[in-house]
Design a protein around this ligand. Structure first.
Ligand SMILES: [Zn+2]
Length: 265
């Protein structure tokens, strides 16, 4: 990808190294120290402080584009999706409300419940945040053999696609079948972003192939084969490799969200 001219989004919450509860905030440490001097068991105080900081969400994760290379990459991809969807919404006389991207390590607490990085990146409609553990990008490269920066960008753009579904009232997933349609539409929306990123000269030759390879690699059938040695279509939640490739391509070719109606086929 060519993201040199792309402005990094400030809508990134960096919770890497902070832990689930956010660890001890400054208030928590103060409570622990006070407890220590008053002769309480500091262990108990730390416990209480942690509960307080967790429930009250008082701990602060830095917000803004992280300075490290991967953090910058993620922020720029997010910035690119904001530019593209901002324009698309504007053309429809609507306003795009950008989501927040949360970087975490290991486990995270979201408004949709607690999550572990093994579950993969996800979007929580309740807090309008995308949750990504960067270790998934390593898995993408090694375990799923889908290397490349655009493969990673596709994953972010897919989660942004779920946010677009939320904004347009299109996110409902009660059954597996319904969920497949929602997932394929998010793939198509990722393609829509890719189309416009291409128009903004952000793509290299071979980038689209990277994304198609990734879409194919993380299709449910492929993942199931890898993890359980067989394919059980009833439990598909994201769609098969072929379906994911097809819908990503459709969005990529057209650049128009209205061509992403997975209900119409
Ligand atoms: Zn999804």
């Amino acid at each position: 990808m060519q993201l040199g001219d792309q402005q990094a989004s400030g809508n990134v919450e960096d919770r890497r190294g902070i832990g689930v509860g956010g660890g001890l905030g400054i208030g928590g440490i103060a409570v622990a120290i006070v407890a220590y001097f008053l002769g309480f068991d500091p262990g108990t105080a730390i416990n209480v402080a942690q509960q307080v900081t967790t429930q009250g969400e008082t701990r602060v994760a830095p917000k803004g584009a992280p300075a490290d290379e991967q953090g910058q990459f993620v922020s720029k991809v997010l910035g690119s999706t904001e530019a593209v969807w901002g324009k698309i919404f504007q053309q429809a006389n609507a306003q795009y409300r950008p989501p927040t991207l949360v970087l975490f390590e290991g486990q995270v607490r979201s408004a949709c419940g607690a999550a572990q990085s093994a579950m993969g990146p996800f979007y929580c409609p309740n807090d309008e945040k995308l949750y990504i553990d960067l270790s998934f990008f390593r898995d993408l490269q090694t375990r799923f053999r889908a290397p490349g920066d655009f493969a990673q960008a596709y994953v972010i753009a897919h989660e942004v696609g779920h946010h677009v579904q939320k904004l347009t009232g299109n996110i409902k997933s009660n059954s597996n079948q319904q969920s497949v349609r929602v997932e394929l539409q998010a793939d198509c929306y990722a393609g829509v972003w890719g189309h416009h990123a291409g128009a903004m000269k952000q793509l290299d030759a071979g980038d689209v192939a990277e994304a198609l390879n990734a879409a194919s690699a993380i299709g449910d059938d492929r993942i199931q084969k890898q993890t359980q040695g067989r394919v059980t279509p009833d439990s598909f939640t994201h769609g098969s490799s072929d379906q994911r490739v097809r819908w990503f391509k459709r969005g990529m070719d057209s650049g128009r969200p209205k061509d992403c109606d997975t209900n119409a086929g």
